[in-house]
Design a protein. Sequence first.
Length: 256
Amino acid sequence: MKKLIAFIVLFSSFAQAQFYEVEYETFVSYINNEKGIEELMKTEPSVSERNKIIEGNANPPKEYFKFIFNDKVANVNYIKKVNNGQGEIARFIMIPPNFSTNYSYYDYEKGTYLEERDLYGRKFLIENNFKPLDFKDTRKTKNILGYSAKEATYTKDNLKFTIWYAPDFNKNYNIDIYTGVDGLVLEELINETYEKGERIIKINALKINKLKKAKIIKPTKGELVTNKEFDDIMKETNRKRDELYEQSQGNGIDKK
């Protein structure tokens, strides 16, 4: 009996130490309605340039992220991929609003996430709580990457979430910051309507690997702040920079 108990404890410890690595593809699209196009016409009179902006917002390049996790912690890492588009000099990276091209660290025991940010060379660590949503199962199912997945939705005001999650993972694991289901979120679709159009966010798992071990990095360098505190610091910093720029433009001018 003691041997059996010891085996169960050992197996349980091994299961908890299991790491998973999931690669996700993300896509963020902005669709202008008539009002949005009218507003754009005021700032960009050129039809050809305006069409480039509209097309670029509606069909930007996809971006990729790696999600490594166990039952206690996780990392989200941006994957740089070469774009072979001809004639491309530079491009604007469009990623989901809760994502970052820096490391993000998730602590499931605390229910918090930590994100690195750089503001003109000043380092910050932004810590916030995960955001719980009241998802409702639709009873629809499908197979994703070999896992049986369930559909759940959440709607509030101008936002609608549709997710597909694998209940084989008995806790809420999501590359995004939203919680509310017991399982690994494999697909997430967010539709947001606003006055000038619609924003569509798609986050889809491409592959899942089991790892015997992995290195989860917790960022430690930077001032610890919340999102709101960081936004306030950024606004004040930009205000001061704009003020200094305006002063520099006035240098050498006789204001008599």
